[in-house]
Design a protein around this ligand. Structure first.
Ligand SMILES: Cc1cc2nc3c(=O)[nH]c(=O)nc-3n(C[C@H](O)[C@H](O)[C@H](O)COP(=O)(O)O)c2cc1C
Length: 205
C-alpha cells in the first residue's frame, strides 16, 4: 500500500507524528510525507520535535514547493491521502481546487483519481466559511474525521486520545492499529431496570 501523509499548519501537528509512527508499523506500507511551512512552524512552537525526526519515519519526503514531485501526477499510483491536521487554509484550498502547493495538488490529484482522502480539520470554533469549506470537501469525496475527544474506552491521556483518532482514520483504509481501543459492546437489554427510579427527573410537588 502507498499512502500520502500531509501535515498542515493547524494546531495539533503532533497528531501527524503519531500517524507517521502508526504507518511505520503497518505491513507493506510506503509513506510519502509532505509538511507545509505552517506545519514546520507549529512543530517548533508546539512540540519539542524537529521535522528531521518526522522525515526519518517516512519512506519519501517531498518539499511542499515541489509541484513536479511524483505525487503531483495521477499517473503515479497511490492508495489515497490523509491530511492531519488540516488547517482551515488548507481546507479552503482543497474546497476550491486551488492547488498552489504540493500538499494541495496531491489531494486534488487523489480526488480526480477517485482515491480515498481523509481530512482531519482542526479549528475551534468553526465559522461559516470553515463549515462551508468542510462540507464542500465532503461533497467532493473527502472523508471528514475531526479530532474529537473519545469517552467510551478509557482514553485518559492525550496519547490515547490521539491514538483513537489515528485508529479511526486507519479504519478508513482497512488498516488495523494495535493501539486503537474500539467499543467492546455492552448488554443494555435491561437498562430500564438498571436505572429504575433514577431516571425520574420530573418536577416533584
Ligand atoms: C501556533 C499556531 C496555531 C495555529 N492553529 C491553527 C488551527 O488550529 N487551525 C487553523 O486552521 N489554523 C491554525 N493556525 C494558522 C495556520 O498555521 C495558517 O493559516 C497557515 O497559513 C496555514 O497554512 P498551511 O495550511 O499551508 O499549513 C495556527 C498558527 C499558529 C502559529
Amino acid at each position: 500500500m502507498r499512502l500520502i501523509l500531509g501535515i498542515s499548519g493547524a494546531s495539533g501537528v503532533i497528531m501527524g507524528y503519531h500517524m507517521l509512527k502508526a504507518l511505520k508499523h503497518a505491513p507493506d506500507m510506503e509513506v510519502h510525507l509532505v509538511i507545509t511551512e505552517g506545519a514546520a512552524l507549529n512543530f517548533e512552537l508546539e512540540t519539542e520535535m524537529k521535522t528531521e525526526q518526522l522525515a526519518a519515519l517516512a519512506d519519501v519526503v517531498h518539499s511542499n514547493r515541489n509541484l513536479a514531485a511524483n505525487i503531483s501526477s495521477g499517473s503515479f499510483h497511490t492508495d489515497g491521502m490523509i491530511v492531519i491536521p488540516a488547517s482551515m487554509k488548507t481546507v479552503a484550498g482543497i474546497a476550491s481546487g486551488y492547488a498552489e502547493n504540493l500538499l494541495l495538488r496531491a489531494v486534488d490529484v487523489c480526488l480526480k483519481e477517485s482515491r480515498r482522502v481523509v481530512l482531519v480539520p482542526r479549528e475551534m470554533p468553526l465559522n461559516r466559511i470553515h463549515l462551508r469549506n468542510i462540507k464542500e470537501c465532503a461533497d467532493c469525496g473527502c472523508t471528514i474525521v475531526p479530532p474529537m475527544l473519545t469517552f467510551y474506552n478509557g482514553s485518559d491521556s492525550l496519547e490515547k486520545q490521539i491514538n483513537h483518532i489515528v485508529g479511526k482514520i486507519l479504519m478508513q483504509f482497512g488498516i488495523d492499529f494495535k493501539d486503537f481501543a474500539p467499543w467492546k459492546g455492552e448488554n443494555i437489554d435491561d437498562w430500564k431496570e438498571m436505572f429504575s427510579g433514577r431516571l425520574d427527573f420530573g418536577r416533584h410537588n
